[in-house]
Design a protein around this ligand. Structure first.
Ligand SMILES: [Ca+2]
Ligand SMILES: [Ca+2]
Length: 333
C-alpha cells in the first residue's frame, strides 16, 4: 500500500484512476477470462490461451471455471485463478504446468480463538463459511470487489509484488487473501465482512428489527461484522518494516422496543501483525494498537477496503461498512 492517497484499480486492463481522500491498496486487476472482451496486450492474450490450454489438458482441472490470470506484470510465470478456489501456476515459455494451490481461509485468522466473534456467526453452521465466490444479479458482493477477484500489487511498498484475492459469497462475506509468489504461500488473510441481516418479517416475535437469513421468523438476531486493514510502520521498530493493523467491529441489532434504530457496536478488535514469513499476530495490547492508528490520524474510513467499485458508486465509501444505521461515529466521515 502506498501512502500517496490514490486508489488505483485496473479491473479490465484499463488503468482507471480513482482519487480518494483515504489510503488504499494500489492494486491492478488481472486479465479476466471473458472471451477476450476486456482490453489486453498481445502478450496477455497469448498467455491466456497458453495457460488455458495447459490447464485444459489436465484431467484434474476444470478449465471452464477459470476466472482470470496474471504474471504480476513481470516474468514468465502466470497465475490463473478458478472459481473452485484453485490458484494455478503455469510457465508461459515452455507451456508447462508448475503447481496448484487450493485456497482456504487464512489459518492464522481462523485459528485465533479471540477472533471468533468477528469472523463467524453464532446462529449455527447453516452455510459454509469457507471461501466462496458468488454474485447474484440482486445481491452483488460488498463494494463489488469480488467482481475482480484476482489482483496484484505491492501492498507494503517493499518492492515485491503480491497477489491479492477478493472473495465474496454474494453480500454475506468478503474475504481478502494475500499470496506471495516469492514465498509460494498465503501470507495474510482477513474476513473483511460477514453480514447476515434482514428486516424481520415479524419483529415482535423475533425480538429484533433485523434477523438472520436462516429464518425470518427465527429468534436469531442479525449480525454485521467488518474488518479494515492498515499498512505502514507503526511500532517504531525499524527492524519490522512490514506491519499491518487490523481493526474489526461487530454490530448487533437493537431489540424491538429500544429507543434506538438499527445496530450498536458490540465489540471491537485491534490486532498488530508483523511479517516474518507470513504475517504473525503480535502480543501488542489493543489499546496501544488503537493509539498507533490515532497518532497517525487513521480513521475507520481510511482502512482497506473502503472504496466501492459498484457501478454508479465508484470511488464512494462502501455503504455497508460506513452505514449510519450502525450508530457508530467511527464509521462515518
Ligand atoms: Ca510487497
Ligand atoms: Ca516497525
Amino acid at each position: 500500500m502506498s501512502m500517496n492517497n490514490k486508489f488505483r484499480l485496473c479491473v479490465f486492463g484499463c488503468f482507471a484512476v480513482y482519487s480518494s481522500n483515504s489510503l488504499g491498496l494500489d492494486l491492478v486487476g488481472a486479465v479476466p477470462y471473458d472471451r477476450g472482451i476486456a482490453p489486453r496486450t498481445n502478450e496477455q492474450r497469448e498467455a491466456s490461451y497458453v495457460v488455458y490450454d495447459v490447464l485444459a489438458a489436465r484431467p484434474d482441472v476444470n478449465e471452464l471455471s477459470l476466472l482470470a490470470l496474471t504474471n504480476l506484470d513481470q516474468g514468465n510465470e502466470w497465475y490463473a485463478f478458478s472459481r473452485e478456489m484453485f490458484l494455478y501456476r503455469v510457465k508461459f515459455s515452455d507451456a508447462s504446468y508448475m503447481s496448484a494451490l487450493s485456497l482456504t481461509r487464512w489459518p492464522t485468522e481462523v485459528n485465533d480463538e479471540s477472533l471468533g466473534a468477528f469472523t463467524s456467526n453464532y446462529s449455527g453452521d447453516w452455510y459454509d463459511y469457507g471461501l466462496t465466490l458468488d454474485t447474484w444479479v440482486d445481491r452483488k458482493g460488498i463494494g463489488c470487489l469480488s467482481d475482480a477477484p484476482l489482483r496484484y500489487g505491492d501492498i507494503e511498498d517493499d518492492g515485491i509484488s503480491e497477489l491479492v484475492l477478493m472473495l465474496g459469497d454474494v453480500d454475506r462475506t468478503l474475504d481478502i487473501l494475500v499470496f506471495s509468489p516469492e514465498q509460494e504461500t498465503v501470507t495474510f488473510g482477513m474476513r473483511a465482512a460477514f453480514q447476515d441481516s434482514f428486516p424481520a418479517e415479524f419483529p415482535d416475535k423475533a425480538g429484533y428489527e433485523y434477523v438472520s437469513e436462516i429464518d425470518m421468523r427465527s429468534p436469531y438476531p442479525a449480525e454485521r461484522i467488518y474488518a479494515k486493514v492498515f499498512v505502514g510502520e507503526f511500532d517504531g521498530d525499524t527492524e519490522t518494516t512490514n506491519e499491518l493493523i487490523v481493526w474489526r467491529k461487530r454490530f448487533n441489532p437493537y431489540p424491538v422496543g429500544s429507543s434506538n434504530q438499527g445496530f450498536y457496536l458490540d465489540q471491537s478488535s485491534f490486532e498488530h501483525y508483523v511479517q516474518v514469513d507470513e504475517y504473525q499476530r503480535q502480543a501488542t495490547d489493543q489499546a496501544t494498537v488503537q493509539q498507533w492508528l490515532a497518532s497517525k490520524n487513521l480513521r475507520w474510513p481510511d482502512g482497506y477496503p473502503n472504496v466501492s467499485e459498484c457501478e454508479g458508486q465508484e470511488g464512494e465509501l462502501i455503504p455497508e461498512m460506513h452505514d449510519p444505521l450502525l450508530n457508530d461515529p467511527d464509521v462515518l466521515q
